[in-house]
Ligand binder design. Structure first.
Ligand code: HEM
Length: 185
């Protein structure tokens, strides 16, 4: 994946596990700045290796780590160079999710070799929202769970987010709002 994802993982590790943890981790694995170039595309093997390594070194199991990284990514993306993209994504959660493919699609044009996920809204009612996540990668389901939780936080919508049974085309997630007031917001 692109280096911006590696940079987010590094920033996450420093914020959550501490600078000394990161320094030791990077030294042991021989990670230099060359692994964190925003506009460079790295092999998935390297990206998943980074996550697996962080999981091993921290003792946090991989699904849990990926979920926390997903939550973190939302705040991370709202700061720095992607802030305006996040701000323009939509005024509420369903609109934002509906715009996500266009956002990733725009980025993909400038990022040769990227493989962006797609999301399809399957249902949008006052009390819940259902969407399908499609990717040619596997193993990122809890990352998506964390991203969706992060987005609920960004929009100030208290909700339960969970994985539903997959359908044939992808992984299905349900966001169930916890308060009627939140759904209306
Ligand atoms: C401005 C904000 C964002 C930027 C700049 C961005 C950019 C990217 C980039 C560069 C990749 C890696 C693709 C590759 O290298 O092949 C990626 C992957 C991904 N993005 Fe985004 N993204 C943003 C927001 C979001 C949001 C809000 C979601 C929420 C659902 C999301 C979901 C994902 C997922 C799940 C992947 C993993 C790739 C896969 O599933 O195959 N992204 N994004």
């Amino acid at each position: 994946m692109y280096g911006m994802i590696h940079r987010a993982a590094r920033s996450f590790a420093i914020a959550k596990l501490g600078e000394p943890f990161w320094t030791k981790f990077a030294q042991r694995r021989g990670l230099t700045d060359a692994a964190f170039i925003t506009a460079e595309s790295y092999s998935d093997e390297m990206t998943f290796g980074l996550v697996a390594g962080l999981s091993d070194a921290s003792g946090i199991d991989q699904p849990e780590l990926l979920e926390a990284l997903g939550v973190y990514w939302i705040d991370y993306a709202r700061q720095g160079p992607y802030a305006s993209m996040m701000a323009m994504g939509g005024a509420d959660l369903p609109t934002f999710l509906g715009n996500l493919n266009r956002m990733h699609g725009g980025l993909a044009m400038a990022m040769p070799g990227s493989r962006m996920p797609t999301f399809q809204l399957l249902g949008n009612s006052p009390d819940h929202l259902k969407l399908r996540y499609v990717s040619d990668r596997s193993g990122l389901d809890t990352f998506v769970l964390g991203l969706l939780k992060g987005l609920c936080g960004m929009f100030g919508v208290p909700a339960d987010v969970r994985r539903e049974a997959d359908d044939r085309e992808g992984l299905v997630f349900e966001i169930r709002y916890l308060t009627a007031a939140a759904a209306a917001a």
